[in-house]
Design a protein around this ligand. Structure first.
Ligand code: NDP
Length: 235
C-alpha cells in the first residue's frame, strides 16, 4: 500500500481499536484515533507517537453526530480525504443475559444506537471523503455472534446489532460496487479486551490482524464479504 494514506478508527483509545491503529500506523498509514474521551485519546496517541508512529486523536462519539461532523471537517481541512474507516465502536450490554423472550427493548435500542446506527452515521459522513478520490477501505468490526448461519440464543441486543452491521456491509458494498471503495465485515475472534475478558483465547495482535489486513486490501481485493483469520466465512 502506498504511504500517506489516512485512516480513522472509531474508539482507538483501547482494545481492538487501539491495536488496529497501531498496526495500521506501523504500515505507514497516518491514523486518526477516535475516542469519546479526548484525554484518553490523546494519551493513546502519545503512547503510539513514542513508538515513532504517525497518529493523531479526535474526540469522537459515534452516537453524537455533531462530533462525527467535526471530525470530518478536521480531516477535510488537514488531509482533504480519508482512505480507511474502521467501524470498531461497540458495546455488549447483554453478555450474560438477553433471552429474546425477556430482553428489555430499551437495551436493544441502546446497543443499536452505538453498534449499528453509529456505524451508519460514520459511513454517511465519511464516505464522501473517499468518493472524491475513488479510494476507500471500510471495515465493519462485527462478530460471530451476528452470524446467521451459526446463530445461538441469548445476547439478543448484541447479536441483532451485528446482524444489522453485516447488512450494512452488504448494502454498502452493493451500492459502491463500481468504485474502488471496498466494504467488509470481520469477526476478530474472542479477544482479550475489556469486552472479551481475560479468559479470551486471542491476543490483541491476533484479533486486530484481519481488521488491519482488510484495511489495506489491494485494488483488486474483495468487497462485501465476512471474514475471520483472513478467510471468508458464512454470513
Ligand atoms: P472494548 O470494550 O475494549 O472497547 C469498546 C469500545 O467502544 C470502548 O473503547 C468504548 O469507549 C467504545 N464505545 C462505546 N460506545 C461508544 C460510542 N457511542 N462512541 C464511540 N465509542 C464507543 O471492546 P473491544 O476492543 O473488544 O471491541 C471492539 C469491537 O470488537 C466491538 O465492536 C466488539 O463488538 C468487537 N468484537 C470484540 C470481540 C472480543 O472478543 N473482544 C469479539 C467480537 C467482536 P470508551 O473507552 O469511551 O468506554
Amino acid at each position: 500500500m502506498a504511504k500517506e494514506k489516512i485512516a480513522l478508527v472509531t474508539v482507538a483509545n483501547r482494545g481492538l481499536g487501539f491495536e488496529t491503529a497501531r498496526q495500521l500506523a506501523k504500515s505507514g498509514i497516518t491514523v486518526i484515533l477516535g475516542s469519546r474521551d479526548a484525554d484518553k485519546g490523546q494519551q493513546a496517541a502519545d503512547q503510539l507517537r513514542q513508538q515513532g508512529l504517525e497518529v493523531l486523536a479526535h474526540q469522537l462519539s459515534v452516537t453524537d453526530i455533531g462530533s462525527i461532523k467535526i471530525s470530518k471537517q478536521l480531516i477535510e481541512d488537514q488531509f482533504g480525504r480519508l482512505d480507511v474507516l474502521i467501524n470498531n465502536a461497540g458495546i455488549y450490554p447483554d453478555a450474560s443475559s438477553g433471552s429474546i423472550l425477556s430482553s428489555d427493548i430499551g437495551t436493544i435500542r441502546t446497543a443499536m444506537e452505538t453498534n449499528l446506527y453509529g456505524a451508519i452515521a460514520m459511513i454517511q459522513v465519511m464516505v464522501p471523503l473517499m468518493q472524491r478520490h475513488n479510494y476507500g477501505r471500510i471495515v465493519n468490526v462485527s462478530s460471530g455472534m451476528g452470524q446467521l448461519s451459526d446463530m445461538g440464543g441469548g445476547s439478543t441486543a448484541y447479536r441483532l446489532t451485528k446482524v444489522g452491521l453485516n447488512g450494512v456491509t452488504r448494502i454498502l458494498a452493493a451500492e459502491l460496487a463500481e468504485t474502488n471503495i471496498k466494504v467488509n465485515s470481520v469477526c476478530p475472534g474472542w479477544v482479550k479486551t475489556d469486552m472479551g475478558g481475560p479468559n479470551a483465547s486471542r491476543s490483541l495482535e491476533e484479533g486486530a490482524d484481519t481488521i488491519a489486513w482488510l484495511a489495506m486490501l489491494p485494488d483488486d481485493g474483495p468487497s462485501g464479504l465476512f471474514w475471520r483469520d483472513r478467510a471468508p466465512i458464512a454470513w
